[in-house]
Ligand binder design. Structure first.
Ligand SMILES: [Zn+2]
Length: 273
């Protein structure tokens, strides 16, 4: 391990320990409404669970995942829409040190995974989290998506026949590093992140024919999920789709939602991928 890597990990560990200690020293207020001395008040907890109660197919609102002719490049299932309590909880968990929200958000993710994979044994499906980039890992001191999946693994909350493998990582040199996605067209968004992820060296020879699902927190343009799928497929993995906590795209109008549901049923029912 290079000294810089060791130092980064040490700094991240220290940041994680501080988060935990701070949580004990200063009892948190509700992450959604600010009600005092409760990590998530009863009303917001209920609203959060309701927001994630009906996972849905979300790729239609992620421009990079659908060709202009409507062909779906990567199926995505979301636990809920990125708004209100769900958005506030995800932000508080990722950016404001609210690791205490991991169990409730992991529960939301579990619902989406179950909807995506359907009942029964998932047949050795590998859940691959989109990794935190080196910069955000250093800033936050943890890996948000991996930690949610680990929480589910620890509490026996993963769909049967699944396992979690963090096989992806960001390349040290990112060809388009730092360029914001906002304001870019669909093709540029895909190019903007292309080549930024790679399969860990220890896994490149072990993914041929392995069924995988990409897991991420928020689906926006779909560029990151598509890049994760590209890197996995390049190593020979069979990517079934993506599962996310929240979809940031505009909520479909009722008529469109009806159509989407109809096409989803053709693909296996519910939010199945
Ligand atoms: Zn509240």
């Amino acid at each position: 391990m290079r000294a810089s890597t060791a130092f980064r990990r040490l700094a991240a560990l220290a940041a994680g320990a501080w988060r935990e200690a701070a949580g004990l020293l200063f009892p948190a207020d509700c992450a959604c409404c600010g009600a005092e001395d409760t990590a998530l008040c009863a009303g917001c907890g209920q609203a959060l669970r309701a927001a994630a109660a009906k996972p849905f197919r979300a790729e239609a609102a992620a421009p990079v995942l659908v060709e202009p002719d409507g062909r779906v490049l990567l199926v995505a299932v979301a636990a809920g829409h990125y708004r209100a309590e769900l958005a506030r909880a995800v932000l508080a968990y990722k950016n404001h040190g609210r690791g205490d929200l991991a169990p409730v958000l992991a529960g939301c993710l579990a619902g989406a995974l179950a909807a995506a994979l359907g009942p029964g044994d998932a047949g050795g499906m590998v859940l691959v989290p989109v990794p935190a980039s080196g910069r955000s890992f250093r800033r936050r001191g943890f890996d948000p998506v991996l930690d949610l999946l680990r929480e589910l693994a620890r509490t026996d909350g993963l769909p049967r026949g699944c396992r979690v493998q963090p096989v992806l990582r960001y390349r040290a040199r990112r060809p388009f590093a730092g360029r914001a996605q906002k304001g870019l067209g669909r093709a540029r968004r895909r190019l903007n992140v292309r080549g930024t992820l790679r399969v860990r060296a220890s896994w490149t020879q072990r993914l041929a024919g392995v069924p995988c699902v990409v897991v991420d927190d928020v689906l926006t343009t779909g560029a990151t999920a598509a890049e994760a799928a590209r890197a996995l497929r390049q190593a020979g993995a069979v990517v079934a789709g993506a599962v996310v906590l929240a979809a940031a795209g505009a909520a479909p109008r009722p008529g469109i939602q009806g159509q989407a549901r109809g096409s989803t049923e053709g693909a296996g029912g519910g939010g199945k991928i």
